[in-house]
Design a protein around this ligand. Structure first.
Ligand code: NVA
Length: 220
């Protein structure tokens, strides 16, 4: 009902939800464009900002995503596999991205030429990488898993030692909020704060772009 009522009140809607299925349900009944503003499966608008930041700051297109195989990992896989980048996702055992999403990325890669590796060794993933990306280990709604996850993610903090393995001009991206001392060290965050805050600002520009594009499609 909400989808039908809102469709008569606004031109488009962005939903930030826990479950992708809630978003799909809303989109099924809405007659306006629906944008995924974050779900448990994907974070596409964030990746548009990350892509723009890569274009502005990165010196190459080899990406290391180190951390949880979550919504951000899934969207990184979508971006890299569509654009033909090399992406190495490193997670602890048992926290790999969803098999279904990996399959989609591998299918995309057949067309784009992307190179996709799903690993459990962060050092292997980061070696020579031009873009080093991470995200919180504890996503929205997983607060009660914190203790267990912090233990299982030992060795996955992007710190100075880890960064020494990346390309010397590597940029660091993080969708924020960052938990310093967990997925990223304070030192690495501060050394790359310029890129990370540019990435956050780029959300504004890329999301405006999405809205303009959707608006232009209204009369097609
Ligand atoms: N993985 C995080 C992303 C936050 C922008 C979460 O779902 O909470």
């Amino acid at each position: 009902d909400t989808a039908r009522v809102l469709s008569g009140m606004v031109d488009m809607a962005m939903l930030r939800v826990y479950k992708q299925s809630d978003l799909n349900e809303f989109a099924k009944f809405a007659t306006i464009p629906v944008i995924n503003g974050l779900s448990d499966e994907f974070h596409p608008v964030q990746l548009m900002a990350d892509f723009l930041t890569m274009k502005e700051r990165a010196s190459g297109e080899t990406i290391a995503y180190i951390g949880d195989g979550n919504n951000m990992a899934h969207s990184w896989l979508m971006l890299a596999s569509k654009m033909g980048f090399e992406i190495r996702v490193a997670t602890p055992k048992g926290y790999e991205p969803d098999r279904r999403i990996i399959e989609i990325a591998l299918q995309n890669a057949k067309i784009s030429g992307a190179k996709i590796s799903i690993l459990n060794d962060p050092k292997e993933a980061i070696s020579g990488a031009d873009v080093v990306a991470s995200d919180t280990w504890i996503s929205m709604g997983q607060e009660d898993e914190k203790e267990r996850k912090v233990k299982n993610f030992a060795g996955f903090c992007i710190d100075k030692k880890m960064m020494e393995l990346a390309h010397k001009k590597a940029i660091v991206l993080h969708c924020l909020p960052a938990y310093r001392g967990y997925e990223i060290s304070d030192e690495v965050f501060e050394a790359h704060a310029d890129e990370i805050f540019l990435e956050a600002q780029n959300r504004l520009h890329t999301q405006k772009g999405v809205m303009v594009w959707l608006d232009s499609k209204r009369n097609d």
